[in-house]
Unconditional design. Structure first.
Lengths: 411, 444
């Protein structure tokens, strides 16, 4: 070990530069990859919606004057339901991937202590229209769905359906059905009984960090009253023709609500799959950007280490020649250079880990970011070690190829 | 000096691969930093340079209803824009407490010429008082601003901007012409130049960054109230009025908050005095016990208001830091490359020193060489920065259009390149200057 460290220490500028490079690259790459993973979450997470190619969403339905009453919206919903090829219609305040309104709050299970920031979806026939998968309990009954709320619909003590992830969080003992959940206001108002659990349902407010609560959602039945901009979800039957249904929807909405819409804002009729693609365009762009940044960081570090090590090796051509003349094999020379590199990169990684964590703490305090999970540190370390070894390979091979006769020349 | 320069230039050309790699690395680092910095610079720009440090948003809660605490229930876009009811606005507009005071609210209507022949749709307007123009720097091209008496008289007068004047009245004189807003006729008494501060700090609710929008009509808000104009505003209304969630419906102008009051305060003493006044108003305002305590009054300077409303997204600042860290990585990299290059020339340096060159001269030569590499990197960084800004403009953010490289940033790029060059060159040049001439010459 000593014979490795001594020469490194004697000419310590270059190895120290490599250490600094590796440390910085480590800190940067770790945090960039972490941010990347966060942005990737909503793209990869299941949103719970079944068969997105057969779900049409009508957005941008904006009234010119007063908001429509729940009864009026229910009538329009019925007209849409009557279109051939439609199997279910939902009149709702908000839907997943529709960001006109985001309703969220901190939910608490009755008698329990854990809180969860949850998104609320209020609408009729949500489970059927969205194609959600029930894993426990029951769907809302027709009577429950037929409720027309006077107010928004959160105050009254309705039944509720929650996602499995939320059930596990609020009721870790496993028994969610039949229990009550509420907004933690403590005044008894606005609690709901859990009557069913669905497998997945993504929240519709995707900005901010939601690595924990991406799948926390509550469904409430009925049509919200006094809702400024309602959303319609239309599930096309397996036998129906999506394009034809879409055209029929346009005609029906124009007939029913056309004269009361605000001028200049036409309603949008989109496939859920298209809508989802549009909403996830921003995280996708961020993913590309961060992936690009990480790649460039690694390439720059690679080039740097290669350059420096190459020079370092070239400076010691004579010493290597002497060692070869004294009987060292090519393999020994190669091994030694790789070991040196390992030492230097190892030190760089050790510093880089500390730096990565410090940077993450700073980012957390200034921006709403999460803790870097500790798994990133060994992963980052491994990556850097591999990178270092890769970088040192060409110069090391050149060094090993130095013939012993170099020692005899007084170069 | 020219000899040093010549040596530096020659040294640059000697190892082209190394120099090119170093220049590219510097270029990439600089481009990343400049792209993010430009965006931050554009977004954090002062909307009203020279005035904004004296303008404060005054708010006092006089709504006769239970103050809703929306913290635990992030409801349907109920951002608090610190708007006040007309009765509170009247109290805040009372002269004497501040250097100047105004109330304003954004509107969006179609404007028609009185004969109905020309209609310009969806114009942004501002309902305000006579003091808006001097306070915010609205520049009159023709005619005059309305007076405080006309405010009190609910006079139906308007100021329009040159663009709208041309659209409605062609090349003719717009003064004393009549325009129709909704059902009411207003008389044009003045023409102003285009007024579009960015960010739209005095009315963030309408928009914060939007290169396409600017107000083209200015009317007294008292007249706007009479004309029953539709305002968009948030916040709860008096109990018994319209329900709270009535976002798109017509606002009850008497019982709902819809005005933003801005005051001009010259120094810390005035600020403290006004703050005291707000506190007094809030405590003395008649309020039923059933409604509990009102929201606390506030007085925020324009920059504090912009920060509180998070006009510059956190994302933008975060990216600047990431880019800075990346630049640092590139610099360490380049420092390494340069050190390798300089030390390879150990023999030449040794000969030069043996012939009598001072350490300082060698140091200077190498710092200059490093600076040249980095300036070359800066030149390369320019197209990369423009490309990066182009990528940013493709995003659908509201401020995407603003991501342009302006002159200060352009100069900043080269200044940064030069600074970076000198910093990066310090360590390698110092190491090169420390080369022992004897040792180098011996091991020939």
């Amino acid at each position: 070990m000593q014979k490795l460290l001594k020469p490194l220490w004697r000419h310590r500028l270059m190895p120290l530069l490599v250490v600094a490079q590796v440390a910085l690259a480590c800190a940067l790459a770790c945090n960039a990859l972490f941010l990347l993973q966060q942005k990737l979450r909503p793209i990869l997470a299941p949103d719970g919606v079944g068969d997105p190619q057969r779900l049409l969403v009508i957005t941008n339905v904006v009234p010119r004057g007063e908001p429509w009453s729940a009864a009026r919206l229910a009538a329009v919903g019925q007209q849409l339901r009557n279109i051939a090829g439609v199997s279910a219609v939902s009149v709702a305040g908000s839907l997943p991937m529709v960001d006109n309104a985001r309703m969220n709050g901190d939910m608490v299970g009755e008698g329990m202590r854990t809180r969860a920031n949850t998104v609320m979806y209020i609408g009729s026939r949500l489970v059927d229209t969205l194609g959600l998968k029930l894993v426990a309990g029951r769907n809302f009954s027709a009577a429950e769905d037929a409720v027309r709320h006077r107010e928004v619909g959160m105050e009254e003590g309705d039944p509720a359906i929650i996602t499995r992830a939320l059930a596990e969080r609020l009721f870790p003992d496993g028994q969610a059905l039949g229990r009550r959940i509420g907004y933690g206001r403590g005044d008894g108002q606005g609690t709901h009984v859990v009557v069913g659990v669905v497998e997945h349902l993504m929240r519709n407010d995707l900005d901010g960090d939601h690595s924990q609560d991406m799948d926390y959602a509550v469904l409430l039945p009925g049509i919200p009253g006094q809702w400024p901009i309602p959303v319609f979800g239309v599930r096309v039957a397996p036998t129906g023709d999506v394009e034809r249904v879409r055209k029929a929807l346009e005609v029906t909405i124009k007939q029913q609500l056309g004269s009361e819409l605000v001028t200049g804002i036409p309603p949008r009729y989109e496939l859920y799959a298209t809508l989802r693609g549009r909403m996830l365009a921003a995280p996708r762009a961020a993913v590309w950007l961060l992936a690009g940044v990480s790649l460039v960081v690694l390439l720059v570090t690679l080039a740097g280490i290669m350059g420096l090590t190459g020079y370092w090796v070239q400076q010691r051509t004579r010493q290597i020649g002497i060692r070869r003349a004294l009987g060292a094999r090519r393999l020994d020379v190669l091994r030694e250079i790789q070991l040196e590199n390992l030492l230097v990169v190892g030190l760089g990684i050790a510093l880089g880990m500390v730096l990565a964590y410090a940077v993450n703490l700073w980012l957390m305090s200034h921006y709403e970011l999460q803790h870097l999970p500790l798994i990133y540190l060994p992963l980052g370390a491994l990556l850097m070690v591999l990178l270092g070894q890769l970088a040192v390979w060409p110069p090391a091979r050149r060094a090993a190829a130095v013939p012993p006769v170099v020692a005899t020349r007084s170069l | 000096m020219s000899y040093t320069f010549e040596l530096a230039w020659r040294g640059l050309r000697q190892h082209p691969r190394n120099s090119i790699l170093a220049a590219i690395t510097v270029a990439v680092g600089l481009a990343a930093s400049m792209t993010t910095l430009t965006l931050l610079h554009v977004l954090s720009a002062d909307p009203l340079p020279g005035r904004s440090q004296y303008l404060y948003l005054a708010f006092v809660d006089t709504v006769q209803a239970r103050h809703q605490d929306y913290d635990s229930l992030n409801g349907v876009s109920m951002a608090d824009y610190h708007m006040v009811k007309p009765d509170a606005a009247a109290a805040l507009l009372a002269p004497g407490r501040a250097s100047a005071q105004t109330a304003l609210a954004g509107l969006r209507e179609s404007v028609a010429s009185d004969d109905g022949r020309r209609v310009v749709k969806d114009q942004d307007m501002l309902a305000t008082t006579s003091s808006f123009a001097p306070m915010f720097g609205l520049a009159l091209r023709q005619g005059r601003n309305w007076s405080a008496q006309e405010d009190r008289d609910h006079a139906r007068v308007a100021l329009i901007d040159t663009g709208l004047a041309r659209q409605l009245f062609g090349e003719g004189d717009a003064l004393d012409q009549l325009i129709r807003l909704k059902q009411t006729t207003f008389r044009v008494i003045g023409v102003v130049s285009r007024f579009a501060p960015s960010p739209h700090a005095y009315d963030l609710m309408s928009w914060s960054f939007d290169a396409q929008r600017h107000e083209s009509v200015f009317v007294p808000y008292t007249a706007a109230m009479d004309a029953d104009m539709e305002v968009s505003a948030t916040g709860g209304c008096d109990e018994g009025g319209k329900p709270v969630q009535d976002l798109m419906g017509k606002r009850d102008l008497q019982h709902c908050p819809w005005l933003s009051t801005w005051v001009q305060l010259a120094d810390a003493r005035q600020v403290a005095g006004y703050r005291q006044y707000l506190k007094h108003l809030s405590e003395q305002w008649p309020r039923s016990q059933a409604f509990g305590t009102p929201a606390p009054p506030s007085l925020l300077r324009m920059d504090a208001w912009l920060a509180a409303q998070k006009v510059v997204p956190d994302n933008v600042r975060l990216n600047v830091w990431l880019a800075g860290a990346f630049l640092l990585l590139c610099l360490v990299n380049v420092a390494g490359l340069l050190t390798a290059k300089f030390l390879r020339r150990g023999r030449e340096i040794g000969v030069r020193r043996a012939l009598g060159a001072r350490r300082r001269a060698v140091f200077l030569q190498h710092v200059l060489e490093a600076s040249l590499v980095c300036v070359a990197g800066g030149v390369l960084a320019l197209p990369l920065t423009l490309g990066g800004l182009w990528i940013l403009r493709q995003q659908s953010d509201s401020f995407a259009e603003l991501a342009q490289l302006d002159l200060p940033m352009f100069v900043g790029l080269f200044a940064l390149a030069l600074l970076v060059g000198m910093l990066v060159g310090l360590l390698p040049a110092w190491r090169a200057a420390r080369v022992q001439p004897g040792l180098q010459v011996k091991s020939a």
